[in-house]
Ligand binder design. Sequence first.
Ligand code: PEP
Length: 252
Amino acid sequence: MRTKIVAGNWKMNKTLQETVTLINDLKNTVKPDNNVEIIVAPPYVNLVEAVNLLKDLPIKVSAQNMHFADNGAYTGEISAVMLKAIGVRTVILGHSERRAYFNETDEVLQKKAHKAYEKSMTNIFCVGEKLEEREAEKHFDVVKSQLSNTLFQLPMEAYKKIVIAYEPVWAIGTGHTATPEQAQEMHKFIRDTLAKKYGRDLADTVRILYGGSVKPGNAAEIFLKPDVDGGLIGGASLNAEDFNAIVEAAKS
Ligand code: PEP
């Protein structure tokens, strides 16, 4: 039995004051229970405050990215060591916006994934194809290659702290969500690919989240699919009521 996860990726949204407001709204709205793990990922500068505000609640705080080195001459970057020092033990890696706008390659992401493993951080690792790749029916090949070049370089043990997020690029922030059937088809493919590499027992334990225009109105039908273990939520995570509705959808 895999516990579902609903994770909110705030991206580059919310000032410190707005972060306090949103977290207080979440505290008044969201009812955490054992059926769903809840995670929020504010921008770096608001992580300390978020950790502090959520310290008594089972809502985890995640970073949206990190560097693969522990420290050094990497202007503008943040390391796993720094995140752990402020109580952040989860990180989103390989988001398609990082890949597209900041040139993050599989080679770099493999190093980041390895660092997350080395530092025992939960790694929400994103994969997903672009529209033209789906139209050319290359989506399975693209996702398989993203996994082979990165997570599949890690030992079995690493999967205790790996969550995979399938995020078709054409569905992110566009309002065009994948159908529940498209999501299930890809999630099953990812699980079968994991099983071929590491064995069925391991594959059956790994949570695979869907991300891409999940909203209160479509979350339940997507989360009902057997290989969908929750969602990575962008836009709808910026509003406490919408985020709560998605958390509730994951509970049912
Ligand atoms: C995301 O950025 O991970 C995402 C899924 O965004 P949205 O929900 O806005 O499509």
